[in-house]
Every structure is written in structure tokens, then in C-alpha cells.
Ligand binder design. Structure first.
Ligand SMILES: Nc1ncnc2c1ncn2[C@@H]1O[C@H](COP(=O)(O)OP(=O)(O)OP(=O)(O)O)[C@@H](O)[C@H]1O
Length: 451
């Protein structure tokens, strides 16, 4: 069958095809190589890379790799511009991991590495319309939202590679006809009949009945995924616009909760989901979004466990802190320790997860001679501190509140000169100890070790 168009080759002249050896990717590899050959005959220089991943999950995986390699060699000998590359995965899934999810993730990483090493930035995948329809159904059966129902995009840039599914709108039957017309041999994956996998259960038990009752099911369900893709794009555009407005009201990385809750509920949870995804680097659990939408209107402060860290609400701003930050909690008790900071440079304090920084400055600093006999210790309550030169000694707690220093930013040890509180991370130097302008002086700072 003719007309199974593949995308134009990338700038590099290299087109990679993810080639499992199954029917669909065999057909796609063949069609791509045929098209490359005809382009080359017209003066182009296109090479097709067949990228095969050996998952190590099947007893037949070695045989499949060999068969795929031989197929490519025989096409190459027949004049098709195809080169075979493969990767054998070294790991295997743990008992807690879904085999399907593990294989997808590892396959993606291996395909990315092979494409990059070869210099290709276009990788073709052989998904077709029926795969798209199945994906939409599987997502719906999991109770997915719009992002899940959008199923697979026909093209997507990820990790510097364009992943394209040129046959996403082609019915599976068209590919079957292509395979027959060209007499292509392909592999049958024994795991395709394993009912432990949801997709196999759908394919084997549900699809035949569905297609009989609704002959248009493949086309209609794939079309529904296209509408969901449009809805998703719209949601993302609205969230981006809302987050710009909400960030400008809050601190650099925080989310302004009052502004968020002033939006309609649907728009607020849409913005919250987008903000959480940006903080976590992946979608947040729906249960967390629901809980926050219920609890934020009732809270002025609060902490919610989330991913590898915590969400904290303080002074109307929601912040996400990675675990590395929350571990250094402000209230940890450490023994007081004598410390000499009368030398310019970095003075590590590993027990506190950070270091003191002493640097020469022209004004606003302290004389070095004041820093020889200091004590570094935890907050114990009742400390007094003077922030402003013309101010008075005030309770440290009050100063923290006035300056809106969130609890988790009150980290690091306090520095004492005798019984006087000399320096507070997050606030700075006791104003009474500022050196007069013109005198040699240094600044003090507390830096938390990154990560
Ligand atoms: N082991 C693999 N090595 C390289 N690419 C793969 C591999 N497994 C899957 N792919 C790519 O991902 C697409 C979708 O995977 P899926 O598991 O649905 O396909 P398949 O049943 O293994 O084979 P096919 O789609 O070729 O019939 C494949 O069409 C192929 O492009």
C-alpha cells in the first residue's frame, strides 16, 4: 500500500526509527528507508538508524536482537540506507516497580542515548490510531484527567530530541496491508498475550467486542484524544497567565494564596496543579490538589508533605521546600561551640550543614578583632536583638515576625559575643556592633550547603 507518508528527515540527514522488530515498527522502518532511498536517488543524503532496545525481560530477547540486526543487514545489502544500533539494558525492575513503566522509562533513556550518540535529533515511533484509541481508553479507566485523556502527542520535543509518531492517524489495518503488500517478516512478542498487562486485557478481551458493537471506535476514540489535547493546551495557557499574576504578588518562588483563591474553583485548581508540577518536576497527585483546595482557605500557616519535600504556607505565600532544606530544621538542638571568625574566608560548620563567610567590605560590617571569641549555638528562646542602628533591643521572635522571616528560613546557628547576640542568619548583624565608616571591617554571612 502506498501513501504511508513519513516525516521529512531532520537537518542532520539522520532519521532514527525505534525498532522493536514488531509488525508496526518493522513497517515504519521499511517505509522510512524506502523514502530515504528515493530521496537519495534525487540527490539527498539521508541515513536511517534502526534503534533497538534489548530489555532483557524475555527469554527470546537475544533472538529478537539478532533477527532485527539481520533484517537491517539484509535491507542494507539490498540498497536501503539503514544502519542498526542496539542497547542491552543492564538493570531489571524491582519487585515494587510496574514492569511496563520500568520498560518504558528505560527504553526511552536508551533510545535517547543511542540517538544522541549517533547525532540524530529525530526519532520516529510506530504508534498508530488504534494505539491512540487504546491509550485514551486505558487512561479513562484509570480515572485520568485531561492530560491523560490527551493520550500521545503526534510530535514532541524532549531532551533535545523530536519524538514523532507519523502514523498516529493511520488505522492499524493500513499498516497490516503495508506489511502484506511488501511481504515483510516481523516478530511476535510473547508478552503481548500476558493478561497481567492492562493493555493486553483491553486488546484481547475488550477491543473485539467494542469494535463489533461500534465499528467507528478506533477513529472516534482517537478523535476524542485530539479534542483532549486542545483542551489541555488551553488549560496550560490559562495556568501560565494566572501564575504570572500570582507570582508577582508573592515572593520569588511562592504562590500568592489569596489571589489563587479569588479565582473560580476550576481555574484555581488548574493554576495550583501547574504550579505544583513546576515545583516538583512532575505532576502532583490529584489527592494533594484536592486537599489543598479544601484546606488553604481555612489556613494561615501550614505544612503539607509533598514529593521529596514539604509545602509550607506562611504570610499568604505557599512555598515548596526540597527535603535537603527541610532536614535542616530551624529547631534542631546542637551544642554551643566556641568559634574564631577573625580571618577572611569560608569557615565550615558541617554539623549545621553550612558555613560562615567573612569578606572585606567598606561599610556596614564589623571589625575583625571582634570575631576572635564567638560562640555558635542554637536558638533557645528569649534572645534579644537589635536590627537597626537607631533601634532598641527587641525580642528575636518579634524581629523575625516583623521582618517576615519564615520559620524555615531561620536556620543556621546564632552567633554570640559573650552573652550578646551578634549575628542572626536571615537578619544579619546586631546594629550596635557595626564598625564606623572608614575603619577596616568585614561582613558576616551564613550560607547553607547546597543539596
Ligand atoms: N524494544 C524496543 N526497541 C526499540 N523501540 C521499541 C521497542 N519497543 C517498542 N519500541 C517502539 O515503541 C513503539 C510502541 O511500542 P509497543 O510496545 O506498543 O510496540 P511493539 O508491540 O513492541 O511493536 P510494534 O509497534 O513494532 O508492533 C514501537 O512501535 C516502537 O517504535
Amino acid at each position: 500500500m502506498v501513501g504511508l507518508a513519513t516525516p521529512r528527515p531532520a537537518e542532520s540527514g539522520l532519521v532514527a526509527v525505534a525498532y522493536s522488530g514488531g509488525r508496526d515498527s518493522t513497517a515504519l522502518l521499511h517505509a522510512t528507508a524506502l523514502q530515504a532511498k528515493s530521496l537519495n536517488e534525487a540527490g539527498a543524503n539521508v541515513q536511517v538508524l534502526a534503534l533497538h532496545v534489548h530489555h532483557g525481560l524475555s527469554a527470546y530477547a537475544d533472538d529478537w536482537l539478532k533477527a532485527c540486526q539481520q533484517q537491517c543487514e539484509s535491507w542494507s545489502a539490498a540498497g536501503l540506507p539503514v544502519r542498526f544500533l542496539s542497547t542491552k539494558l543492564a538493570d531489571s525492575p524491582t519487585a515494587a516497580q510496574s514492569i511496563e513503566a520500568w520498560a518504558r522509562e528505560q527504553r526511552y533513556a536508551a533510545l535517547t542515548a543511542m540517538a544522541k550518540q549517533a547525532g540524530a535529533d529525530l526519532v520516529l515511533l510506530a504508534h498508530h490510531q488504534r494505539d491512540q484509541a487504546e491509550t485514551l481508553l486505558l487512561q479513562a479507566l484509570r480515572g485520568a484527567g485531561v492530560a491523560g485523556l490527551a493520550a500521545m502527542p503526534s510530535q514532541q520535543w524532549r531532551d533535545g530530541i523530536c519524538w514523532a509518531r507519523p502514523w498516529l492517524n493511520r488505522p492499524r489495518e493500513a499498516i497490516e496491508s503495508y506489511v502484506l503488500a511488501h511481504g515483510l517478516a516481523h516478530l511476535e512478542d510473547d508478552s503481548n498475550s500476558d493478561p497481567r498487562f492492562a493493555r493486553n486485557r483491553l486488546r484481547l478481551s475488550v477491543w473485539p467486542a467494542l469494535a463489533q458493537a461500534f465499528p467507528q471506535a478506533q477513529t472516534s476514540l482517537a478523535q476524542a484524544a485530539t479534542w483532549a489535547q486542545q483542551a489541555l493546551a488551553l488549560q496550560q495557557e490559562i495556568a501560565s497567565a494566572d501564575l504570572v499574576a500570582l507570582a508577582s504578588l508573592a515572593s520569588e518562588t511562592g504562590l500568592a494564596v489569596e489571589g489563587l483563591l479569588a479565582l473560580s474553583p476550576a481555574r484555581a485548581s488548574n493554576a495550583l496543579r501547574a504550579w505544583l508540577a513546576a515545583q516538583l518536576g512532575r505532576p502532583a497527585a490529584a489527592s494533594l490538589v484536592q486537599r489543598l483546595m479544601l484546606e488553604l482557605p481555612e489556613s494561615s500557616t501550614g505544612t503539607w508533605h509533598c514529593g521529596d519535600g514539604e509545602l509550607r504556607l506562611y504570610r499568604g505565600s505557599l512555598q515548596w521546600l526540597a527535603k535537603a532544606d527541610t532536614d535542616l530544621s530551624f529547631d534542631r538542638i546542637l551544642q554551643p561551640k566556641a568559634i574564631d571568625l577573625s580571618r577572611v574566608g569560608v569557615h565550615p560548620a558541617p554539623e549545621w550543614g553550612g558555613a560562615w563567610l567573612v569578606e572585606r567590605v567598606g561599610s556596614g560590617g564589623i571589625e575583625l578583632s571582634q570575631l576572635t571569641q564567638l560562640t555558635q549555638r542554637a536558638r533557645s528562646g528569649g534572645e534579644q536583638f537589635q536590627l537597626k542602628p537607631k533601634g532598641v533591643l527587641r525580642s528575636l521572635k518579634k524581629v523575625y515576625q516583623e521582618q517576615a522571616v519564615p520559620a524555615w528560613c531561620r536556620r543556621g546557628p546564632l552567633l554570640f559575643l559573650g552573652e550578646v547576640l551578634l549575628f542572626v542568619p536571615g537578619l544579619g548583624l546586631n546594629a550596635r556592633y557595626r564598625a564606623a565608616d572608614g575603619l577596616p571591617q568585614v561582613s558576616l554571612a551564613w550560607r547553607v550547603d547546597p543539596g
